[in-house]
Ligand binder design. Structure first.
Ligand SMILES: Nc1ncnc2c1ncn2[C@@H]1O[C@H](COP(=O)(O)OP(=O)(O)OP(=O)(O)O)[C@@H](O)[C@H]1O
Length: 254
């Protein structure tokens, strides 16, 4: 199996406190791994360590077998706060273009690439609008389009749908799942919503807050062998979904 990301006994200390106790985890190509856990348990910290934003106090992070020493253009980050992630004075197309500018893609190739990713997320007709003219869900799709334009090896998503209403959240979940299937994306996705993690993930990592030597950060790592494509009604009613939900709930409680 092609391992994109490997965390080997990674510990993170911040402000003199061990936020993440030694944690090991592999993410394979084309895999969707969700990270859940109570507020403050270190989900974002784990994602940032994977992105190379933090130097681990112990252990090592490797991508395709090479040590991660800092941020890379091969990794795209999607933030919950789309309002701050997008530049309000740039149109949708020009916001997507930021990724191509950073990658020094020649001007002549940019238009076609922008058009392609905006079509992928259903925003081709809105290319010339400004973020303030779009709904929250559409703005989040612009952020996702910008990441796709980057053609990353790994997409790190930090509660990307946390600020959206329930209906928009469900349609974006399905859109993201489709993109991942069609484009073979590799995703690490943080959420505090256990059901969202099970609905989207091939595997779910559960972290616990306040780790101790006998209760480390990694509370559980479970496989989610639910059939693809998933469906908002039938998947969530599937007895396996309900059993895994109960299992994860118990891990997080204790
Ligand atoms: N730069 C930093 N310096 C010191 N402490 C930090 C820093 N960044 C995060 N922390 C602390 O690390 C802990 C974990 O934070 P993190 O944001 O990773 O948690 P989380 O699980 O993503 O939380 P939430 O679900 O609330 O977003 C928190 O107690 C936080 O206060």
């Amino acid at each position: 199996m092609d391992t994109v990301l490997e965390l080997d006994q990674v510990a993170i200390r911040l402000g003199g406190r061990e936020i993440l106790s030694p944690t090991s985890l592999n993410v394979h190509r084309g895999e969707f791994v969700c990270v859940i856990g109570p507020s403050g348990c270190g989900k974002t910290t784990l994602l940032r360590a994977a992105a190379g934003f933090f130097t681990p106090a112990a252990g090592r992070v490797t991508r395709h077998g090479k040590p991660v020493t800092g941020p890379s253009r091969e990794v795209a980050f999607v933030f919950q706060d789309y309002g701050r992630a997008l530049l309000p004075w740039r149109t949708v197309a020009r916001n997507v273009e930021l990724a191509l500018e950073a990658a020094r893609v020649p001007q002549a190739e940019r238009h076609a690439r922008i058009d392609r990713v905006l079509t992928t997320v259903g925003l081709a007709a809105h290319a010339h609008k400004f973020p303030s003219q779009l709904s929250g869900g559409m703005q989040q799709r612009v952020q996702i389009a910008r990441c796709l334009a980057q053609q990353p090896q790994l997409m790190l998503m930090d509660e990307p749908f946390g600020a959206l209403d329930a209906q928009t959240r469900e349609s974006l979940q399905d859109e993201l799942a489709r993109l991942v299937r069609e484009q073979g994306l590799t995703v690490m996705f943080v959420t505090h919503d256990l059901e969202e993690a099970l609905y989207l993930g091939d595997r779910v990592v559960a972290l616990r807050a306040n780790p101790t030597p006998d209760k480390p950060s990694l509370a559980a790592l479970i496989n989610v062998p639910l059939a693809q494509p998933r469906h908002q009604l039938t998947t969530r009613e599937d007895p396996l979904f309900l059993r895994l939900r109960r299992e994860l709930y118990q891990y997080l409680e204790h």
